[in-house]
Design a protein around this ligand. Sequence first.
Ligand code: HEM
Length: 404
Amino acid sequence: MTDTDTMTQEYPVYEHDLFAEDALLNPFPHYAALRELGPVVRLREPDVLALSRFQDVTNALQSPDILISGEGTGFNRFINQKVPEPGVLNSDGERHRRMRLPLMKHLSPVALKPMRERLRTLIDEQIDTLVGAPTFDAITNIAYHLPVEVVSELVGLPAEDRMKMIRWATASFNVLGVIEKDGEMIPELKEDLESAMEVIGYLRDLDPDTLRPGSWSAELFQQVREKGMSLADARVSLRAFVLPSLDTTINAMGNLLDNLARHPDQYELLRNDPSLIPSAVFEGMRHTSILRWFSRFAAADYVSGDVFIPKGERVMILFGAANRDARKYPDPDLFDVTRNPADQLSWSAGPHLCAGKHLARMEMEVMLEALVNKVARIEADEPVRLRNRGVYGIKELPMRLFAA
Ligand code: HEM
């Protein structure tokens, strides 16, 4: 027996299927159990080593040379190996840097600053139509609003395709998880896998002349013409502007609205002191993390503190579990808008730190600015939760807004 075998056998095992419906609907007791069991826990299905404690997750994300993304970041062979032209998320080293650069040109805080007012106007107008209205769905009426506008106005995709994009984005996150049972594709996921491939085809074949002139994606194709960027790189970058930007921000907004409706004292704090808005956004992300998990592949043995991962293992990075680790955040289940957890991990960390973090923050901040100005009280009925295997979010959130 090798040293590696000995260490492998020492891992505590967690038997519960994290992709089972009950765990998808309420992952938090499972996150707590994993954190309790040990720094590294073996899951049965998928057969991966899970990291759930804040410091261990942070360290792993900062070790991209050993825990790599280039072998895929999902939990099934198909999504890890068969997606054509892997994008920025699934690349390492020099290729990763090359793919990320054209995105950050538009997504840095400085580049985004001039967009803030436009986004604020858009959300102000939308909230005005909802204040005092009978019960409405906050997901389609508030949370969709800015991310969808961003995709057509800033990214520049044809407006008629933007709602299709939401279905495609949801499907793409759903097939990040386990998609097979006993070697067979789970039937209800077939359609989502087709959608995930369809959107890659759509973005690959998109006619650059249909893109809004002056938009981020039109500029990518301009770089192909004028600066020698390869067409393949431009199309992969286009995908990075669109696919990770919708469901993530929509669900982040949905979860934040739900939290504020359920904690009127916290909403009152924001109304009395709007300078707490940036902190409330971080706290929403920490408390109710959107992306459940991504994975890494151990290209060599990895050792950090109490964590040992042998070469060849797939590692599950549990953002939502790390963000509720009491070793890092006292009373972690409490939603507290004064906490300001700027180092929370919902946007990941290290070189793959979400490229759209500043845009998503800005969208959430302007939404809260509009609300605290116009709305005295937010009321919500029970949400219908998504059963998505990649994101933790809300499908429907019946809501009422009372005028300030
Ligand atoms: C609240 C909203 C969002 C959340 C929770 C979120 C979360 C994440 C996470 C966790 C990762 C890192 C995955 C990893 O470490 O493997 C990531 C990467 C990424 N996100 Fe976001 N994201 C959000 C919004 C956006 C937006 C608005 C955009 C684009 C406009 C975007 C574009 C990207 C891209 C391109 C990457 C890959 C970065 C890289 O690999 O270097 N995201 N996101």
